[in-house]
Write a protein that binds this ligand. Sequence first.
Ligand code: ATP
Ligand code: MG
Length: 405
Amino acid sequence: MVNHNQEDVPPELYAQSQHKIQIEQIDSHAKEIIHSLKDSGFKAYLVGGCIRDLVLNKDPKDFDVVTEATPEQIKRAIPRSRVIGTRFKLVHVRKGRKITEVSTFRSKGGKRTSKTNKGIVLRDNFYGTIQEDAFRRDFTINSLYLDIDDMKIIDYTGGFNDLNNRELKSIGDSKLRFREDPIRVIRAVRFLSNLNLKIKKTLKKDLFNFAHMLQEIPPARKYEEILKLFLAGNAKKNFILLLELHILKFLLPITAKQCSNEKNYIFFLTALSNSDDRVKKDLPLTPAFLFSVLLWPALTNRMGEINSRKIKSLILLRASNIIFKQCREDCFIPKRTENMIKEIWEFQIKLLKFPPKSKLIFSHRRFRAGYDFLLLREEAGLNLGGAGKWWKENQPKSKRFYKNK
Ligand code: ATP
Ligand code: MG
């Protein structure tokens, strides 16, 4: 048995007969990269989410490579690679549209690590051994390494057993780990709900107790995490768990505040469950559509429901600007996405005017998203005087009229 969180014990090794991962399941680009690094004399492994997902028989989102080579050495060993990042220096290797991330073994850095006065780690680019690397990762299930030559899983933290028991465990003292990087609170929620994991009471309590530190996370990083929570096909469950654990109010307060109103809560759940269905059907789902949902109740709370032809676009625009300003304090939405959201919202006024003055409306790049958004509002119980039905029955059948969401 592996001794949890003890950094001086040798790793447990698991053979293919135990973990059942087949070499064919591994992305060919990641394999190529590992071979190039090995040919240059460096140890290299697959690590993290891809091993976790393969053991659970799920399709990994990406395949991450880790090696003893430094970013500069990786760059020399692999053509088409680029060093990126400041907080963590990484190497991106591109092949066609695919990018594979290669990182160097890291250690926690100990006293050298620079932290804020609240204990949040700012920079920890300290290279180390595979063993040190294993202990600086967040959860045991994310700290498994696979050597693709002998197909053995290397486990320093007990993650393989935890994975088979479906339990989420922090590596080391969870209080310290959440304080170092509060985004781990959100990652924990995502793994709990996406992978149906168990969790001990003490860890659950820590999630709750450290959630307030999410306020210290830069808004751009929060934006990325929100996309991961709600665009991957498990949005509804993640949303419910975030509310249940009182975490949403620190991640996206502007959305959380609206949930006490049942009508809004139903709207969020209807929309997110709809998004989950789209992911299952492989239909497009964009950050703009997601945020037009998450911010909508705050908008209508400010300016009233948009259910009458008399509402002026200018009023909507003014109210949206206020909402985006408030949101920006917690979550940074890129300007381009913000503009798309405003267009989707403006369509909520335009679509109340039917029949339209011109058929050109059907070929507007935001018609489809605006129309889908209108249907969602109706599905969540809003009476819009039959608008959805009218647009459904009267829109051209040909797909060439519509641009993507
Ligand atoms: P997925 O890609 O499915 O969302 P993942 O666990 O692979 O999940 P990534 O963001 O791709 O998440 O990170 C890759 C690995 O890097 C993780 O499995 C984990 O070992 C480590 N890691 C990522 N974020 C953190 C963090 N905030 N603290 C510590 N380790 C982390
Ligand atoms: Mg990953």
